[in-house]
Design a protein around this ligand. Structure first.
Ligand code: AMP
Length: 412
């Protein structure tokens, strides 16, 4: 529990108080699937009841889970250069999703992977695809991802796996100059990795011929649906050849995802990687601060603690991330903003600076932070309260990864 300058109220277990002081029954939510309605988290307007117990939980220390893979990377019969690159990348044992997906992918099957970021899902679809690209010179692959960051991350992984193999990729993402993407497409690429909006745009302009792609990946399909890409996805998939191999990855298996899989995959095999409830490894607490001044002072007090090393701070609006970044910089903190109005290069710089420890914190919007993989985030701070519980779980899942315990603090 953080001791703050501001008075905190105590809550007896199983009960919470509403704004009028009346006791409320409370039960901890257990929302396993997207099919179940999740609670809206009310905005903290004066007099509104906020279900703050949603943000309080003591972390359970994780024992390190050891997964014994049934395959080694050598078992998959990958060409020597690919095996070499895996060694360079320090990939020794396949993760559970890789262990269970790669052989299916290599046999040509359609695969549905239910897995989160951080499980190794990128290699689970990229490795069989690279194997096909190396064996069949005419093959091409298309990967659709919800955000520019995720698409660029996938392309980086692709490049490191295929170093020295003369396999070419292009990331077709919004916010980057389209003409450069067109030039690269015209030069000929083996894999297109993009966001649905930009890919559709390039199809409509005649620069991408969807009929050429015999391999297709939907990464974070549930997020793409959440972000309103369903029509673009259906449009793109509908123009691809009927004879193709598909890898659909999603953190959840909602009815919409199921319909998408039924419509666009043939006899798919589902591989589900059960991950422990992320919330279990995260110390969650609230920070009570009412006024703007109280909030910034409380944040300042948190950031000066020595254990608060690598921080992701969430804000609802783009301009508010900039405002907070400016204020914290003025106070001598090393921070950068991360939002959709920034150029790709600036966004990549912010992510990299946090990953390498050059800065202490990134102040991000939900959309900009989606899908980014920064190891060892020590603290997630919800400076603005998230809109719903799903977003909250997604935000705090950036910390407490692997066998680490993380901290999530929510300003209320
Ligand atoms: P992903 O879930 O694909 O975003 O992967 C999360 C992180 O784990 C990335 O940094 C990967 O490079 C890394 N990773 C994935 N699979 C392995 C593996 N088998 N061995 C070592 N690192 C891995």
């Amino acid at each position: 529990m953080y001791t703050l300058k501001y008075k905190t109220r105590d809550f007896s277990p199983g009960k919470s108080r509403d704004a009028r002081g009346g006791a409320r029954k409370f039960s901890r939510p257990n929302f396993k699937s997207r099919g179940v309605a999740r609670p809206k988290i009310r905005k903290p307007k004066r007099g509104n009841y906020i279900d703050e117990k949603l943000f309080i939980n003591k972390a359970v220390a994780k024992e390190k889970e050891v997964y014994v893979s049934t395959h080694t990377f050598a078992d998959f019969g990958f060409p020597e250069p690919l095996l070499k690159n895996l060694v360079i990348k320090n990939y020794v044992n396949p993760s559970p999703i890789q262990d269970q997906t790669i052989a299916l992918g290599l046999s040509g099957k359609d695969v549905i992977g239910i897995a989160n970021t951080g499980t190794g899902k990128t290699a689970a679809f990229l490795l069989p695809i690279i194997n096909t690209l190396l064996n069949d010179k005419k093959a091409s692959a298309m990967v659709l991802a919800p955000t520019r960051e995720l698409a660029l991350q996938i392309e980086n992984e692709f490049r490191s796996f295929t170093n020295g193999m003369r396999l070419f990729s292009v990331s077709c993402v919004g916010g980057s100059p389209i003409n450069r993407q067109i030039r690269e497409l015209n030069m000929g690429v083996h894999i297109v990795i993009g966001t649905p909006g930009r890919v559709k745009d390039l199809i409509d302009r005649g620069n991408i011929k969807p009929s050429m792609f015999g391999l297709v990946v939907l990464d974070e399909a549930d997020r793409m649906l959440d972000m309103g890409f369903v029509n673009d996805m259906r449009y793109i998939l509908g123009k691809m050849p009927k004879e193709r191999q598909g890898f659909f990855f999603s953190a959840t298996f909602s009815p919409e995802i199921k319909t998408l899989c039924t419509d666009f995959l043939t006899n798919p095999v589902t591989v589900s990687v059960k991950t422990r409830d992320t919330a279990a490894s995260i110390d969650q607490n609230v920070v009570r601060a009412q006024s703007k001044e109280q909030k910034i002072e409380a944040l300042h007090d948190i950031l000066i603690r020595p254990e608060v090393k690598k921080v992701l701070i969430f804000r609802e609006m783009k301009r508010h991330t900039d405002d907070l970044a400016k204020e914290l910089t003025k106070r001598g903190f090393r921070v950068l903003a991360l939002h959709g109005d920034m150029r790709n290069r600036e966004r990549e710089r912010a992510v990299k600076a946090l990953a390498t420890g050059e800065i202490q914190a990134v102040i991000a919007t939900d959309v900009a932070a989606r899908g980014i993989d920064i190891p060892d985030i020590t603290h997630v701070i919800n400076y603005d309260i998230p809109q719903d519980y799903d977003t909250y779980i997604h935000r705090i899942g950036r910390t407490g990864r692997g066998d680490k315990v993380g901290t999530a603090l929510t300003f209320i």
